[in-house]
Design a protein around this ligand. Structure first.
Ligand code: UD1
Ligand code: CA
Length: 450
């Protein structure tokens, strides 16, 4: 079946109390909308339409960063969910197949739920996703008659009897595109909110003698985010789920509840993650690596057998090859560290490449920024960079070279050469003693004067 996704994301999200459109608030460091898009992508949609309104431009940008083919339909005024889906009509011109409607603020849908909906749709004209609500609160209620869904009653319009129903509307819907738009055309706004309710398509379809049913999923999947408290709760749900998945896949988390994951974190089997590690977006860690305590990683790749931390920071563009060592208080940014290379202590390696088996001594800095532009440092293989070397980029250190401790490297170093650039040491016999005596006498004079 050919599928088009329509994701509703026009709402303001007043209760978020934010300048940021609600669907752009992040869960595990990815905007809620991106979660919804990724959930929907399991259906391999032929088209994806995002209905935007509040903060339309920002929402559109995030949507198209995630999927450059995503189409944007702007809903100028939020007149209700049916009106919102109606805005997707032009973007779906010429589309022949099923529409699946998702909400941008419902980030936890599981693939099999969407697949079950599509499967049920093959036997029905219209399918709604429902769930048994622990507290039905303000959800729309599903009025069932056997397997047939007769109508959906919005909370504000429900009778006491209908309010007692606990089977609720998640908002998801699957329907043939042409049929859905024809049903939406018949929706009116004579209800308690004065809105065009998407939920009304159910009763309209039943009046036309069509088959309508509801598929059920567990409530956790339909969790919607309406406030910062919901957002925090959603993040916690995400973290718990992601940690459990990693453990299942053979990753050791020494203290799972202290590891913070991003939506796209990938970690290989038999990798060990020590306590208090934070993963920002875009991290992949291969099998058999170790990320030691209190490390912070984002936008980086860690290969098999590498050991990172404790207290390491890997920033975007850090590429660690196999068996590399990145130790305490080391920051790596936009730099390739080749196989077996070591940066073990107190260093900054940015805009650089470090060759295989090279050792970077403690306190080494690649001075990559001149205040205006960034420059690259290239360090070859089997190099020994002495402690406290400043590499003033752009600069190259050849294979097998060495820099003396404390050297400020401003010129390229040839392979196998030793670079020394520091003041020559001079020892003055007895001078320390003289200097101490002089200083003590000076202090005594001052104390007397006071
Ligand atoms: C809706 C459903 C309700 C269901 C609940 C589940 C309707 C009429 N009601 O209620 O049955 O139980 O979701 O969470 O559909 N939106 C637009 N444009 C609009 C209005 C809404 O894009 O004009 C978007 C919102 O941004 C949001 C989604 O649609 O992502 C749902 O809208 P919302 O106003 O939150 O609907 P509810 O009242 O929660
Ligand atoms: Ca809602």
């Amino acid at each position: 079946m050919t599928i088009a996704l329509v994701i509703l994301a026009a709402g303001k999200g007043t209760r978020m109390n934010s300048d940021l459109p609600k669907v752009l608030h992040p869960i595990a460091q990815a905007p809620m909308l991106v979660h919804a898009m990724r959930a929907g992508s399991v259906l391999s949609p032929e088209r994806t339409v995002i209905v935007t309104g509040h903060g339309s431009e920002a929402v559109a940008k995030v949507a198209q960063d995630e999927d450059e083919d995503a189409r944007i339909a702007v809903q100028e005024e939020q007149l209700g969910t049916a009106h919102a889906v109606g805005q997707a009509r032009t973007a779906l011109d010429g589309f022949d197949g099923d529409i699946v409607v998702l909400y941008g603020d419902t980030p936890f849908l599981q693939p099999d739920t969407l697949e079950r909906m599509v499967e049920a749709r093959s036997r029905n004209d219209l399918v709604i996703l429902g769930f048994e609500a622990a507290d039905p609160a303000r959800y729309g209620r599903l009025v069932m008659n056997g397997d047939t869904l007769e109508r959906i009653v919005e909370f504000k319009d429900a009778s006491d009897e209908e309010l007692a129903i606990t089977f609720c509307n998640s908002g998801l819907l699957a329907c043939d595109a042409r049929l859905l738009f024809s049903l939406i055309d018949a929706v009116e706004n004579n209800n308690a909110s004065g809105e065009y309710y998407l939920t009304d398509v159910v009763e309209i379809a039943r009046n036309r003698g069509l088959n309508v049913t509801a598929v059920a999923c567990d409530e956790a999947q339909t969790l919607g985010v309406n406030s910062r408290a919901d957002l925090a709760a959603a993040d916690a749900v995400f973290q718990a789920r992601a940690r459990a998945e990693l453990l299942d896949m053979g990753v050791t988390l020494m203290a799972p509840e202290t590891v913070y994951l991003a939506a796209d974190t990938v970690i290989g089997r038999d990798t060990v993650i020590e306590p208090n590690v934070v993963f920002g977006p875009g991290v992949t860690v291969e099998s058999g690596a170790t990320i030691r305590a209190f490390s912070h990683l984002e936008g980086c790749h860690v290969s098999r057998g590498a050991v990172v931390g404790p207290y390491a920071r890997l920033r975007p563009g850090a590429e660690l090859a196999e068996n590399t060592r990145i130790g305490n208080f080391v920051e790596i940014k936009n730099a390739e560290i080749a196989e077996g290379a070591k940066v073990n202590h107190l260093s900054y390696i940015g805009d650089a490449s470090v060759g295989a088996a090279t050792n970077i001594g403690a306190g080494t800095i690649t001075c990559n920024y001149d205040g205006v532009m960034k420059h690259k440092t290239t360090i070859g293989a089997n190099v020994f960079i002495g402690s406290n070397t400043m590499l003033v980029a752009p600069v190259t250190v050849g294979d097998g070279a060495m820099t003396a401790t404390g050297t400020v490297v401003t010129k390229d170093v040839l392979p196998e050469a030793l670079a020394v650039a520091r003041a020559k040491q001079e020892n003055k016999p007895g001078y320390a003693r003289k200097l101490f005596d002089m200083l003590k006498a000076k202090k005594a004079r001052r104390d007397n004067e006071a």
